[in-house]
Design a protein around this ligand. Sequence first.
Ligand code: PMP
Length: 293
Amino acid sequence: MNKTMCPLVWVDGEMRSYKEAFIPPATHSLHYGTSVYEGIRFYNTEKGPALFRLGDHLRRLEHSAKAMEMALPFSEDTLTKAVCGLVRASGYEEGYVRPIVFLGEGLGLTEEVETHVAIMVLPWGKTSETPLALKTVKVNKVQTPERAKVGGAYFQSYYECRRAKAEGFDDVLFVTTPHRLVTETSVGNFFCVRVGGLVYPENPLIFPGITRGTILDLARVLEIPVYQEKLYATLMGGWFEVFITGTAREVTAIEKIDHTVFDVHKTTLRLKSLYTRVVHGQEPEFVSWLTYV
Ligand code: PMP
């Protein structure tokens, strides 16, 4: 991720300077991880920058806030206008938008604390094409209420991913214990190609990625059969191709899980190439997923 942040940020309805938007040290969310957030990409198209599936991301933000009993004081319409205004003001052609809903000052764990909303933007061009190496981690993932995207839950991805990187891997693949069921990566969903088609793991606790949903729709267009099944990490010898999906990683091929090596084959490349066309507004059938700024 590029660390240059747009100098403007939207906080509680106002455009502010990023530098002036710093939060008090007694902020509840900072101590207890009580925040919910989203990550949204915008891409360059023939008609200028367009946000990909903005409405779906904002509705998921609203869902996460509700699940955590945090009152989101702004409507989807207000947040849409805020995001578009910020992207326009940034002048970036391609980038990433991070809205966060968080609890303000208050150190009492269960005290009533005011909810705030901040939206920031950073430039983000092309996602790396390099296939990744994953390390399986036998850890049951923290459950959040109604699969809300809660900031605090990411301590686990942070910690495990850093440990895996120190061992030369790019990311982790969380598998349940004791059954070794595949769930997801630090911030991405998992797919493999097996005899018969594309498979993604069945487990009600897996985060329902918007990119995963996009890929399921695109697989239908490409007439690739898709199945949702329990996937056991102990049976990875039967997988021909593996890839992960997410707003950040888009569609990224996996070349290795622990010591098992995979080739990057046709199915991954077909889906990846269609995804790239869709986000850049080159597929008329899917332009309704774009919000032009
Ligand atoms: N799983 C987890 C745990 C995630 O944090 C993310 C990123 N939000 C995803 C999957 C992928 O979701 P999306 O495609 O909506 O970015």
